[in-house]
Write a new protein. Structure first.
Length: 99
């Protein structure tokens, strides 16, 4: 099945995450997983860790402010799901260009 709508643009990311996943401790058995794409990780890093305004952060990633907002919202939801439900959070994938 062919995807509908516009193809996704490549997002500019300054570097790979230093870790590939975050795992909870103290949960018996094999926990479920949730995956943050590299562009979602970068949006969290810029907005929440570095404290950049969305306008500055979207220029940093070479995307529109609306796109940055959507990526950030999705990333925060996945991160909250992982923390609240004790899931492994993996960082991989996405249409990114490291530069």
């Amino acid at each position: 099945m062919k995807a509908k709508g516009r193809p996704k643009k490549t997002r500019l990311v300054r570097g790979d995450p230093k870790i590939a996943q975050f795992s909870p401790r103290g949960r018996p058995g094999r926990p479920d997983e949730t995956e943050l794409t590299i562009d979602e990780y970068e949006a969290l890093r810029l907005a929440d860790f570095k404290g950049l305004e969305q306008e500055s952060a979207c220029k940093y990633m070479a995307i529109s402010r609306q796109t940055f907002g959507r990526i950030l919202k999705a990333a925060r939801k996945k991160l909250a799901d992982g923390v609240v439900n004790g899931k492994i959070i993996k960082f991989a994938g996405g249409m990114v260009k490291i530069g």
